[in-house]
Design a protein around this ligand. Structure first.
Ligand SMILES: Cc1cc2nc3c(=O)[nH]c(=O)nc-3n(C[C@H](O)[C@H](O)[C@H](O)COP(=O)(O)OP(=O)(O)OC[C@H]3O[C@@H](n4cnc5c(N)ncnc54)[C@H](O)[C@@H]3O)c2cc1C
Length: 373
């Protein structure tokens, strides 16, 4: 059982999503990953979860980061592989919200909110993974538009997004050369290619090739050279939510493991009675509590306008590592049952492995933490 105390006003929202998943998905078989992603996203959208952080003026739920984090943890307990579609869209809204020019910000937000489909964020390239500044995507100014060329290698919501938020560089070197653009899905010159990602079979993930596409200058987000600030702010603010999802998934794995350990008997005793096993479970119970407090602390800091980057990276680093460690332990103590019949613990282990990369690897989180000590 998930022992998270969800704020009362969000209980019904999560229940409503759960009911819709049960009714709408029961009649849908053999969905592709993209169809499944869109169906789940439409249910989240009907419940206004896509705009959970947006103000009432924008018809949003105006939740705090703390409240939103709790909602994501709660949903991740049962539906973790449906959340990247939603979270990527929310991260993109948050990036646009960081734009200083109020009028431009609201114009762009209203544009993206008008669409029923999710958004995609395009940063990673073949040569630019953790080292984001080494990206090669060029945005060349040509009168009142930009010409953008390069391939983004791994993008959540590829092929199903209404807009792609693309990080590209101008002639200036390093951070000062980075800019972000909002590119409509139907722009001439965009080609997508789907990747199958183990464990994420309810998400559309793939590469997006931008071949000499033309973007109106009004679709440049923020001022010239503001890209590094915008993307850093977005990734930093996204990390507590990725951590919350990892805590939800880790809690699910913990409950499966504990239930198994208490019921599976070997050498005439439940596995749980062997100290080598119950000590490990006690350690994980402690670490789960700590992981939850870490992401909640980072969320509280964001809500209170305090510096939060270090805590956000600590939360992501700790929760994603814990999720992987718990599921690895689960594979071990559930024996052959963990690897037959597409077991839930194996699925969670696949998801945990992938969550290590999203919003920066473990080493990248440590680099950020060390830089702020
Ligand atoms: C499922 C999934 C979805 C994704 N979705 C998106 C998306 O929507 N948009 C997007 O732009 N990107 C996306 N990504 C990309 C993700 O952000 C990158 O995978 C991540 O930033 C790491 O880059 P990389 O995979 O190229 O690894 P690399 O950067 O090549 O790193 C490989 C290893 O080297 C380590 N390493 C690298 N540099 C250092 C260093 N200086 N010191 C110590 N260790 C180092 C890393 O920690 C890692 O262990 C997604 C990735 C996955 C797996």
């Amino acid at each position: 059982m998930n022992n998270l105390q969800l704020p009362d006003k969000y209980q019904n929202l999560v229940l409503s999503c759960q009911e819709s998943f049960a009714t709408k998905l029961s009649s849908q078989n053999n969905l592709t990953e993209s169809e499944s992603a869109l169906l789940h996203y439409s249910i989240y959208r009907e419940n206004n979860l896509h705009s959970i952080l947006l103000s009432h003026t924008l018809n949003g739920l105006n939740a705090s980061y703390y409240e939103a984090g709790s909602v994501f943890e709660s949903l991740a307990y049962s539906y973790i592989d449906t959340l990247p579609t939603l979270l990527t869209t929310i991260h993109c809204y948050e990036l646009i919200k960081s734009v200083g020019d109020e009028s431009k910000k609201y114009t762009l937000l209203n544009t993206v909110l008008h669409s029923l489909k999710p958004l995609a964020f395009c940063l990673t390239e073949e040569h630019a993974g953790s080292d984001t500044i080494s990206l090669k995507t060029n945005a060349i100014k040509n009168d009142k538009s930009f010409v953008i060329t390069e391939k983004k290698e791994i993008v959540i919501n590829d092929g199903i997004a209404s807009f792609y938020l693309v990080v590209a560089k101008s002639n200036k070197k390093g951070r000062a050369g980075l800019n972000v653009f909002l590119i409509p899905e139907n722009t001439k010159g965009i080609t997508v290619q789907h990747h199958h990602v183990t464990g994420f079979n309810k998400c559309a993930i793939g590469s997006v090739d931008f071949n000499n596409i033309i973007v109106d200058e009004n679709y440049q987000i923020g001022e010239e050279g503001s890209g590094y600030f915008l993307l850093t702010e977005m990734l930093d603010k996204g990390r507590p939510f990725v951590a919350a999802c990892c805590v939800g998934g880790a809690q699910r794995a913990f409950d499966i493991i504990t239930d198994h350990a208490k019921t599976r008997k070997q050498f005439s005793k439940p596995l749980f009675e062997f100290q080598s096993i119950n000590f490990k479970i006690a350690e994980f119970a402690t670490q789960l509590h700590a992981a939850r407090l870490l992401y909640q602390d980072a969320c509280n800091k964001i809500d209170n306008n305090e510096p939060f980057s270090k805590e956000a990276s600590m939360a992501k680093y700790f929760a994603s590592r814990l999720f992987l460690d718990i599921t690895n332990f689960g594979i071990d103590i559930m024996g052959y049952k963990s690897i037959i019949n597409a077991s839930e613990i194996k699925h969670l282990n696949d998801v945990a492995q992938t969550m290590m990369f999203i919003d920066g690897t473990e080493n990248v989180q440590k680099m950020i933490i060390a830089s702020l000590i």
